[in-house]
Structures are given as structure tokens and as C-alpha cells.
Design a protein around this ligand. Structure first.
Ligand code: NAD
Ligand code: ZN
Length: 342
């Protein structure tokens, strides 16, 4: 089958013919229809420090996708050929304390699809049945293909109550954009989103943000004044990984405010702990999504009217993957999708 492979320990990706994956008795074989490019894939493409330390080569990469089940293992009784599914990107160990307690998103030994094991930028992917999510009927395939990052957005945005609250999202990347839409849908009063990229701030308006802030030109204090806010943001969703964005967030929270940290900083960062302490802030790290409560919430929010389609800005046939990666790397995009059906 055709697959995008990290073939060598060097920048780039290679379109290769590789053997189709074989399934074990507990696995499901899926024909990939759409796949989406994640920031992680860009790190792997660029072969930065993290990728060099993490990715064994050769490796078929990619973890965001939607496809159709074509075969199930002999021990699989709940999934059937023909079902439209996506895959949870974290394969958990099932044996650690958290897994045994049913808190699989807190697994101590999760391995990553398209990172530690073969991924979905390919015609077929095999996954354990425990990692398969069956979509609701008539789901939009493009939307289905971004359920993994949509799940990051939903898990982060709903980790603290937002009904009637003022929410600050730092970073209008695809995940920040979706989180803004989710916070609004979940009843936040104001959803303010920051970035330094005008294209993405424009998209944020389409996603329903109350106010968008280019932090090169306006401060959060200005925006609070314009909105008539007096005491700071109640909930912060850090989705940039940028140290200054996090510092600005800490400085603009209300007393007792709650911060969820999803963005991954590329190095250690300094924070003003006095403001955290005297402001009585809660800070929570977020990794992945809840299995499978987040997937359930995504499905039912779409059914009840949440629309995340504006976040999908580009679509390419798989053979144009270089162009797709170029668009992603340049940053003037939301989600970029590869169509694997052609
Ligand atoms: P992204 O890199 O596309 O988006 C980050 C955005 O932050 C960009 O639009 C960038 O312009 C913006 N930014 C840069 N400097 C800024 C500043 N000073 N203030 C405000 N915004 C600024 O990433 P994404 O795919 O949307 O993911 C968001 C973050 O979450 C990334 O850091 C990613 O690595 C991380 N992530 C974490 C998890 C997890 O499980 N914890 C999962 C996926 C992604
Ligand atoms: Zn575990």
C-alpha cells in the first residue's frame, strides 16, 4: 500500500510502498478515507530535537483520520466492516493503576499512533479495538478526520465549567480555534482569543470568538476594558505553547481563576508564582482526551449544532502531500486534510 513514511533520520517524508498492516485477534483494519495533518507531524517532518529523540525510523506517521472498517480480528465482536470510524491516538497499557481504575487518559505508559507505532498516512491502518470510535450516522468525513485534535479542544475547554464565565484562549491554532467554538457553545459569556497571526485571528471570528486580539498591537488589559470586564478572566485555555502568552494569561486572570495548559512549550519557562499564589489560581496540565467521554461529547455537540467546519481550510489528494505540509508549515491555515480516497 501507499504510505507517507519517515524513512530516514533527516528532514522530509517519503511516499513509499509498504506492506499492508496485519491484524491480531483484537485488532481492527481500517481503510483510511481522510487524514489530517497535526503539529506533531510537522515536528516529525522537520526532524526537530523532539522528533529525533522520539521517532524510530522507518515509521508510517499520522494519527488524525477517518476511515471505514474493512476487517476485524476473531476476538472482535462489537465492530463491523463498513462502519465509519476514527482512532484514538493514544494506545494505553491497560495495566497501570490509572488504566485499571478506568482513567485511561491518565495512563502511565501510553504509546502514540504515528509516533511510537505505525500511523494513518497510509491506505490502511490497524488499531486495537479499544482505540476505535464509531461515528454517528452521516458524520461529515472531513470533520470526522479531525476528531483527535477536536478532542484536545473539547477536553481542555470543558475541563472547568465555562457557563456564564469569561474565557481567554491563547493561541488561535486549530486547537485554540476549536476550543473557542466549544467554550462559546458551552455557554461562556466572552471568549477572547489571542494570536500573532492575522489569518488565524480572522478564522477565530468565524468560529464564534467574542473578541480576537493580535497581541503585537493590543494588550489583554485593553480588551478587558473594551468588554467592560473588571476582574479578569475566569477560565484560561493556553493553546500556544508560547511563554509570553502564558505570562499574559496569568497576569489577566480573576482571583480563583482556572487555567488549563495544553500548549507544549519548546523549553522550560519562568512563571510569576506570586501571582498564581495571591491570585489563588488553579493550573491543570492537559494531555490527549478522555476515553471515551470526550469522544461522546464531541459527537453529541455536533449533533446539537456545534459547527467546527470553518477550522478546515485546505484539502489535498494524498499525492500532493508536499504541498499540504508546505501550507501547514507556513501557518496560514486551519486544519489541512489529505484525501486518501482518490
Ligand atoms: P499551532 O502551533 O498551530 O498553534 C499555536 C498558535 O499559537 C499559532 O497560531 C501561533 O501563531 C500562536 N502564537 C504564537 N505566539 C503567540 C503569542 N505570543 N500569543 C498568542 N498566540 C501565539 O498548534 P495547535 O495544533 O493548535 O496546538 C496548540 C498547542 O497544543 C501546541 O503547542 C501543540 O504542541 C499543543 N498540543 C498539545 C496536546 C496535548 O495533548 N497536550 C495535543 C496536541 C497539541
Ligand atoms: Zn496504563
Amino acid at each position: 500500500m501507499k504510505a507517507l513514511v519517515k524513512k530516514q533520520a533527516a528532514p522530509g517524508l517519503w511516499l513509499e510502498d509498504v506492506p499492508e498492516p496485519r491484524i491480531g485477534i483484537n485488532d481492527v483494519l481500517i481503510r483510511v478515507k481522510r487524514a489530517a495533518i497535526c503539529g506533531t507531524d510537522i515536528h516529525i517532518y522537520n526532524w526537530d530535537d523532539w522528533a529525533q529523540r522520539t521517532i524510530p525510523v522507518p515509521m508510517v506517521i499520522g494519527h488524525e483520520f477517518a476511515g471505514e472498517i474493512v476487517e476485524v480480528g476473531s476476538n472482535v465482536s462489537d465492530f463491523f466492516p463498513g462502519q465509519i470510524v476514527s482512532g484514538e491516538g493514544h494506545v494505553v497499557c491497560g495495566r497501570c493503576r490509572n488504566c485499571l481504575a478506568g482513567r485511561r487518559h491518565l495512563c502511565a505508559h501510553a504509546s502514540g499512533v504515528g509516533v511510537n507505532r505505525p500511523g494513518c498516512f497510509a491506505e490502511y491502518i490497524a488499531l486495537p479495538m479499544t482505540n476505535v470510535w464509531v461515528h454517528a450516522p452521516h458524520v461529515d468525513l472531513d470533520v470526522a478526520s479531525v476528531f483527535d485534535p477536536f478532542g484536545n479542544a473539547v477536553h481542555t475547554a470543558l475541563t472547568f465549567p465555562v457557563l456564564g464565565e469569561d474565557v481567554l484562549v491563547t493561541g488561535a491554532g486549530p486547537i485554540g480555534l476549536m476550543a473557542a467554538a466549544v467554550a462559546r457553545f458551552a455557554g461562556a459569556r466572552f471568549v477572547v482569543i489571542t494570536d500573532v497571526n492575522p489569518y488565524r485571528l480572522e478564522l477565530a471570528t468565524k468560529m464564534g470568538a467574542t473578541a480576537v486580539v493580535d497581541v503585537r498591537h493590543r494588550t489583554l488589559a485593553d480588551v478587558q476594558r473594551e468588554l467592560g470586564m473588571k476582574e479578569g478572566f475566569d477560565v484560561g485555555l493556553e493553546m500556544s505553547g508560547n511563554p509570553q502568552a502564558f505570562a499574559d494569561m496569568v497576569a489577566n486572570m480573576s482571583h480563583g481563576g482556572r487555567i488549563a495548559l495544553l500548549g507544549i512549550p519548546s523549553e522550560q519557562i519562568v512563571i510569576d508564582w506570586r501571582t498564581v499564589i495571591f491570585g489563588m489560581l488553579t493550573i491543570k496540565g492537559i494531555y490527549g482526551r478522555e476515553m471515551y467521554e470526550t469522544w461522546y461529547k464531541m459527537t453529541v455537540m455536533l449533533q446539537s449544532g456545534l459547527d467546527i467546519r470553518p477550522v478546515i481550510t485546505h484539502k489535498f489528494p494524498w499525492s500532493d502531500f508536499e504541498q499540504a505540509f508546505k501550507v501547514m508549515r507556513e501557518g496560514n491555515s486551519g486544519k489541512v486534510i489529505l484525501d486518501w480516497e482518490g
